[in-house]
Ligand binder design. Structure first.
Ligand code: NAD
Length: 237
């Protein structure tokens, strides 16, 4: 396909995106996320090496390492206690020696390979490590598509389950329009082997409890939810 089309830009957003599912289909997950990315990189190198290559990576490449940063508890959210992390972690934060989920691990493989095709072969590659992406067409389900699913529960009066952390766990939300605008900027000014955390910034973060309040403000419907404690690992994007 790339041999025929020779696209002047590649935006690679294909993936097996489910954390839960990855554990039961490890080979399919790795084939799609890691090997699929390698296939695309190699084809790009052969047929359109000058074209910017944009890869949708994920903040799950950091695994649970950010949980080691000291936190402080506020009324409705957890926040970083260390001023060095006031606005979150940077791209130089370790991706090593943390628990990722099998999905996170296959995305790490893809992320590193995309960087490598940039650094080793000089291709204009970029990894965009997304947080909670959202937008009008987002199809949220319980553990994927946080805001979309939460709003759907609010509107339909369905129970939303909050897993641990007192509901004060914080999500970084970014609109699909802003992601595409970022891609446009990269296409116009491409660089080699870049990596960016792609979030909406602190002003667009909310905890689950805060999200309930925001939803209630707009819909007038009180959020129906149940809190479940003693959760070992729950990852939501
Ligand atoms: N949604 C989020 O909040 C979020 C956050 C961070 C990163 N991301 C990343 O963004 C990308 C898109 O995620 P999404 O949430 O839009 O998921 P999605 O499931 O809506 O999109 C994934 C797409 O990949 C395609 N696909 C799956 N397997 C394929 C294969 N073997 N060959 C070709 N195409 C295949 C699917 O048909 C689907 O269109 C993924 O790389 C994901 O890891 C998403």
């Amino acid at each position: 396909m790339l041999k025929t089309i020779k696209p002047n830009v590649i935006v690679h957003a294909a993936a097996q995106p489910s954390h839960d599912k990855a554990a039961s289909i490890p080979f399919d997950d790795f084939d799609t996320n890691a090997v699929g990315t390698l296939n695309l990189l190699e084809a790009a190198k052969q047929f359109c090496p000058e074209s910017p290559f944009i890869h949708m990576s994920t903040n799950k490449v950091y695994g649970d390492a950010p949980n080691r940063v000291l936190l402080k508890e506020l009324d409705s959210r957890w926040d970083y206690a260390d001023p060095a992390y006031e606005n979150g972690i940077s791209e130089s934060f370790t991706i090593d020696q943390s628990k990722h989920s099998l999905f996170g691990a296959s995305k790490v493989a893809a992320d590193i390979m995309v960087q490598e095709y940039g650094r080793y072969f000089g291709m204009k590659t970029v990894c965009l490590r997304g947080g909670c992406l959202t937008g009008p067409n987002h199809s949220g389900v319980e553990l994927h598509g946080f805001l979309s699913y939460l709003i759907k529960c609010n509107l339909e009066g369905n129970k939303y389950f909050v897993y641990g952390y007192k509901g004060k766990q914080v999500r970084d939300n970014i609109h699909s329009y802003d992601i595409v605008r970022f891609m446009e900027e990269f296409i116009n000014n491409p660089r080699t082997g870049e990596v960016y955390n792609l979030g909406g910034g602190k002003d667009n973060t909310c905890s689950i409890l805060e999200a309930f309040k925001i939803a209630e403000k707009y819909t007038g419907q009180v959020q129906n939810y149940e809190y479940i404690d003693n959760i070992f690992v729950i990852i939501v994007i």
